[in-house]
Ligand binder design. Structure first.
Ligand code: BGC
Length: 705
């Protein structure tokens, strides 16, 4: 290969580069391309690379297939509510099958950024705040996208992104700087990436943020030392969009030439859209600043990926596949199942849900009851809203159109026009129940869509208030890309379902939950704050030297003129003591209770496994599934450790009036943490907790020697 041809492999271009892309493909000056979604177009450009370039090296076509290609699954944050690694894997498999039928063999997913900040719009794209849950589901997505063998034409390379720390963008503002100290970096933010690497992820994308002053794309400690040298990762690293150029804007590099040098030194292989590598690598080699071996290594990794994908033998995609795979019936069924498992029941007064036989006439309102595009959520380029089944359509199918009274009042989530409220009050008189579909339009979350207020937008709160005064039970169904601060609206509702953005089959999934065909089992993958001022808020915080125990005074207990005191003071807010809902929370129509937690021993050592056992009971007539959660606390360690850390979860199906003794075996050496570059389980006392959410747990303890 000539040097130009080598550099070409490191250069990624976009479909919209049009004739320029074709010219580069012909000259062998482009290695990968983004966003060709028509198989005929892809084959045409691939043919130029394979048949007209000197070496005939095939291109890889990449796309952001984040939560579905045509069939759209719930947003990843919604999928995470399922705590169902197998189903999440199936969804990724289906996404790969559909995308590959369009000529796409590489997705920029999964996004495994931990986020403790719902102001950040991209919280929608990840699995929430917990490193274990994100590690588990991230690995499922990698397996689903990549299949058993990357060579299979329905497999696509996955890309764990954004490496790393991006979810901690300060104040939740997108692209903002992060300041994550090294131990925290490893124990929270790097763990999901390590899990993806251990599960064979083919590619990794660097993130936009600078952490403690160093942009990831030029962070040698992160990419070269940790990812490659410590973890032994041999795959491809790609920058995020234009991220090499942005190192100049960050103020980290004087010009694009020096940014190029930083990226190459960090061992970043592919330049996404900066055109920096094609512009500067050659002269940096001539000036002796880049060693040709660095370029050869990067080229080798890219060619190996192409080889693993089988592109040298079969560079083209089958143009006829798409009609049989897009929106295939089994894809749609899986989309409904995952949407059902993603729904979280947050409140259910008395017998509001599921509907009883007296519910005949239903008043359907709110801007998201019939919003086929909005229910798909962020990062949907290819899924067609025409295929969405909205709640309104599904309700009409279930109850007959004549029994559904529809008055959205608000056209979209930011609408402030309440002129149609009068009509709705009259219509409420005819109805047995009111369903209010509120939340966020899809464009209000996702990349560059951060929000400083997490209240319901527009006049939605007012709508809920007015509905609550009709005397009819109000069920609030929230579709959103993030947790919203909706405590007041919840208080005014008889029941609340949170579905995040549920995707193509959101409507049928919600309706099957309302009528009890689906018994909700979803659990929150993030802590819901009461108010924005509590953010960042997360269950796995450290204890501090002055932990609050709930008995502290509140603002109203303090009399005017009280003199300054710090005695007995604790770490808490005077005005908001609690979160709205804790991590792992979610109700069911069944009635689960836990008892008799015990361990097989009280002391463990070396590589022992802890056998945890307990009773789980369903004391209702309704069969259901409970997501059982196991947490630990390492009481004393060389670093202060969180008050709780999720270490295991399982979905347990229970019959009506069922009782089971459940046991799990957990290797004790899985309970450690990173101190510098060492992972260890330190001897000492540990608490272990088992329950249905991170707050309500049984507790016991053991000693690790
Ligand atoms: C996003 C990435 C995405 C890339 C390519 C960037 O703006 O941060 O997540 O994969 O664009 O579309």
């Amino acid at each position: 290969m000539t040097l130009d041809e080598k550099i070409g492999q490191l250069n990624q271009m976009h479909y919209e580069d049009g004739a320029f892309l074709e010219e580069n493909a012909r000259k062998g000056l482009v290695g990968t391309v983004m966003s060709i979604t028509n198989p005929i177009d892809f084959n045409r450009i691939q043919r130029i690379a394979v048949e007209e370039s000197r070496l005939g090296i095939p291109l890889i076509n990449a796309r952001d297939v984040i939560h579905g290609f045509k069939t759209i699954f719930p947003i990843p944050l919604g999928q995470a509510c399922s705590f169902d690694p197998d189903l999440v894997e199936q969804a990724a498999r289906i996404s790969a099958i559909e995308a590959a039928a369009a000529g796409i063999r590489w997705t920029f997913a999964p996004m495994v950024d931990i986020s403790q900040d719902p102001r950040w719009g991209r919280i929608a794209e990840g699995c929430g705040e917990d490193p274990y849950l994100t590690s588990t589901l991230g690995a499922s997505m990698v397996r689903g996208f990549q299949g058993n063998d990357l060579k299979d034409p329905s497999s696509i390379a996955a890309c764990a992104k954004h490496f790393a720390g991006y979810g901690a963008s300060e104040s939740g503002k997108d692209y903002n700087s992060t300041f994550i100290a090294p131990n925290r970096f490893r124990n929270i933010y790097l763990r999901p990436f390590h899990s993806c690497v251990n599960n064979g992820v083919a590619t990794i994308m660097t993130s936009f943020n600078d952490n403690d002053g160093i942009p990831s794309t030029g962070n040698k400690w992160l990419v070269k030392n940790i990812l490659r040298d410590e973890w032994g990762y041999e795959g491809v690293v790609v920058t995020d969009w234009n991220a090499i150029n942005e190192m100049v804007t960050h103020g980290y590099c004087e010009d694009i030439r020096s940014a190029t040098l930083k990226a190459i030194d960090a061992s970043v292989d592919i330049d996404m859209m900066s055109r920096a590598y094609i512009g500067y690598i050659k002269e940096l080699i001539d000036d002796g600043l880049i060693d040709i071996n660095q370029i050869d290594d990067a080229v080798r990794r890219i060619l190996l990926l192409k080889h693993s994908l089988g592109l040298f033998e079969s560079p083209y995609c089958d143009e006829t596949l798409k009609s049989s795979v897009f929106y295939a019936p089994e894809h749609i069924r899986t989309a409904q199942k995952l949407a059902e498992e993603s729904i979280v029941l947050l409140k259910n007064d008395a017998t509001t849900l599921p509907f009883n036989s007296e519910i005949k006439k239903i008043l359907v309102t709110g801007p998201l009851a019939d919003a086929p595009y909005e229910q798909l959520g962020t990062w949907v380029f290819d899924g067609d809203a025409k295929h969405s089944i909205t709640p309104l359509t599904a309700l009409k199918d279930e109850f007959g159109a004549e029994n559904i009274i529809f008055e959205p009042v608000l056209e979209y989530s930011r609408d402030t026009n309440l002129d149609r409220l009068k009509q709705i009050k009259e219509k409420a008189a005819e109805a047995d129940i009111i369903l209010a579909f509120v939340g966020e339009e899809s464009i209000l979350s996702g990349e560059a869509h951060s929000m400083a207020s997490l209240s319901l937008q527009g006049a939605q709160s007012q709508l809920i208030k007015e509905l609550s005064q009709t005397g009819k039970p109000v069920v609030m169904i929230v579709m959103a890309g993030r947790p919203l601060t909706i405590g007041d609206e919840i208080a005014l509702s008889s029941a609340v379902l949170y579905s995040f953005a549920p995707g193509t089959m959101g409507g049928p999934a919600i309706v099957s939950t309302l009528i009890g065909k689906n018994n909700p089992s979803g659990k929150l993958p993030v802590t819901f704050p009461m108010t924005v001022g509590q953010i960042p808020i997360y269950y796995n915080h450290n204890n501090t030297g002055r932990p609050a125990d709930g008995s502290e005074v509140t603002i109203n207990d303090i009399s005017v003129g009280t003199s300054q005191t710090s005695l007995g003071n604790k770490s808490y807010y005077l005005d908001f003591k609690e979160c709205l809902y804790p991590f792992g929370f979610g109700m069911s129509y069944s009635d689960f209770s836990y008892s008799d937690l015990c361990l097989d021993k009280s002391e463990y050592q070396g590589n022992d496994s802890i056998i945890i056992s307990f009773n789980l009971k369903n004391s209702s007539e309704v069969p259901g599934t409970e997501v059982v959660q196991v947490y630990i606390r390492d009481i004393h360690a060389s670093l202060t450790r969180p008050v709780k850390e999720l270490i295991h979860f399982e979905r347990i199906a229970m019959d009506a009036n069922d009782s089971k003794r459940i046991s799990f075996s957990i290797p004790v050496n899985k309970l450690g943490y990173w101190l510098g570059n060492k992972y260890m389980t330190e001897p000492g006392k540990f608490d272990i907790f088992v329950g249905g959410n991170s707050e309500d747990c049984m507790k016991t303890s053991f000693q690790y020697n």
